[in-house]
Design a protein around this ligand. Sequence first.
Ligand code: SF4
Length: 389
Amino acid sequence: MTALTNLLDLDPEQLIAYCAELGEKPFRAKQLQRWIHQFGAGDFDAMTDLAKSLREKLKTRATIAAPAVISDHTSADGTRKWLLDVGQGNAVETVFIPEENRGTLCISTQAGCAVNCRFCSTGKQGFSRNLSVGEIIGQLWMAEFELRKTKGIEPGPKGERQITNVVMMGMGEPLLNFEPTVTALKLMLDDNAYGLSRRRVTLSTSGVVPMIDKLAQECPVALAVSLHASNDGLRDGLVPLNKKYPLVELMAACKRYLDYAPRDFITFEYCMLDGVNDTDAHARELVALVQNAVNPVPCKFNLIPFNPFPESGLTRSNNGRIKAFAQILMDAGIVTTIRKTRGDDIDAACGQLAGEVQDRTRVQERMQKMAEYQKKFGKDFGRIVEVRT
Ligand code: SF4
């Protein structure tokens, strides 16, 4: 028996090609796409304007399958977190953050992460695998229609959209899973799917320089960069990828990206770590980094109070320190926000998206295997899984 094609894996052109294989015209692909991504249909029988013969054909050859929900928790502040099964003992997390005028979904692009940032609990899990298109877009598909169901809002373009913004800031480095990530982004932007504007979709990267350039060419959405340090010495220790792509290269890539970006600034994420990167001197060094005469980078800073976890050995800067740090940036004319911590009670705050993976033994096994391979093939084995252009 041949495997069923998961239609969540297909971008608009691929869906047209798939329909052509079934002897169907391109407009059928559009209809199908709307049923899937605008009405949340997971059942071909519900697609009433498709010919019965096509529905029957689809039932035997295709499926619409998002990762299964393992758990679903809502925090006291309304933040909702799903733990999703992506097979073979792996799970990823998706978080919905409601605010007054918008609803933001934070999605994952990999199971685990190879970048291993020192302050990030996901990085401590090690890397397991890249997510497929269906597993990435499936998070938005599942969350939008689950949220509507909870509130009794009808599916379809007439029902009030629950997710107005998407950020790729969950588990994984999206630019190290480039092709599926970009295909999922294109579906988010497509008018026959979610129709989000580029400004409302943000990809966050730890700084994979060549892929920032590639993203600019293929699908320039808003860009956030996990900066977390004001100089290379400090950043090498916090974000190991910096050794490969140091700050001078990263800043130049950010500048180049702005020629294509939907916003005229880059958002720099900066995790506030007590006594590590949070002094006045660090703030002044950051100002010099982004406002230097040779390569100034128009930017906004988002200061993130660190969410401590036991293995990190790090603590959160106190509120007074965070405010003083922000003031130095603002005095230099840089728009600076301090992220509210949301969903603390369900481990959904930033850097905690590894909290609850069910099968911890497998995570241990993977890390052990990785250590063995590194012993055999050198310490860099498996650290960076990079898609070359
Ligand atoms: S902060 Fe992002 S890139 Fe760094 S280890 Fe965590 S998930 Fe990976």
